[in-house]
Design a protein around this ligand. Sequence first.
Ligand code: NAP
Length: 271
Amino acid sequence: MAAVIGDPVTHSLSPRLHNAAFRAVGLDWVFVALPVARGQASAAVDGARALGLRGLSVTMPHKEAVIDSLDGLTSAAADLGAVNCILRAPHDDGLLLGDNTDGQGFIRGLRADLGLEPAGLRCAVVGAGGAGRAVAHALGAGGASVTVLNRDPGRGEHAAALAGPDGRLVPLDDDRAVRTAIADVDLLVDATPTGMAGDSSISVPEACLRADLAVVDLVYHPTETPLLAAARREGSRTANGLSMLVHQAAVAFEHWTGTAAPLDVMVAAIA
Ligand code: NAP
């Protein structure tokens, strides 16, 4: 058995993704969503340990709180200070490791959707929350240069530092600096909630969009946000957040089962 803990968690797509994947590879496993209230993360990890759960996904508000209950962290989870996937340590029965699969999921999605590799890529990442930090960190670790565009300077500086020595911050309210920064990059990633269902706004000036700028919006509902629609009108190559969602789950699936994730089945499960 595997599970996701969070609050709220009933809307999670993880049970659909993982149960379809378990069936497809012939594993008699089940994945369930478990509501766990704030303050109960460590009790939940102890419970998972006692019950011998094979895998545990972690969502808000527990991504930081679970860390103290774990026996170790991957470098991504340690750098980000956030865990979204708990796995058993290889060859070490009973030890639990925390990973953060968002960045790896993003890079796999970038490769699958747009054929892009991070090495040498010039990138702008809008937003410096959990998703923006994971994307900036993974792009920087993969050899990309990253400019973070954010409103809050503290969160923005933190994300820029996670992107490595080439990471820098541009304030999102400095229109001229934003235009200059985006003119210099190959890839624009929107890691803000802007453009989610019902929101018609775009986080950067539309005039920044151009045909040779690849654009990824981490939002996946709607599948085409106002940013992606505007970028497509300019002739840009675009991708939404569905790939990152599926690929971060695929990394978790592979951690837990040691089996390659059946990506087509996982994509179909949330279509
Ligand atoms: P978060 O931790 O709340 O961070 C949100 C970030 O967006 C903050 O940096 C915030 O800026 C910025 N922001 C919020 N509203 C903004 C606005 N109107 N204009 C400009 N910036 C704005 O959220 P998160 O967990 O990083 O998630 C961000 C988005 O990514 C959400 O839409 C989420 O659904 C999506 N996401 C997708 C995946 C996937 O697998 N596809 C995974 C994770 C998240 P300040 O710092 O200035 O407040």
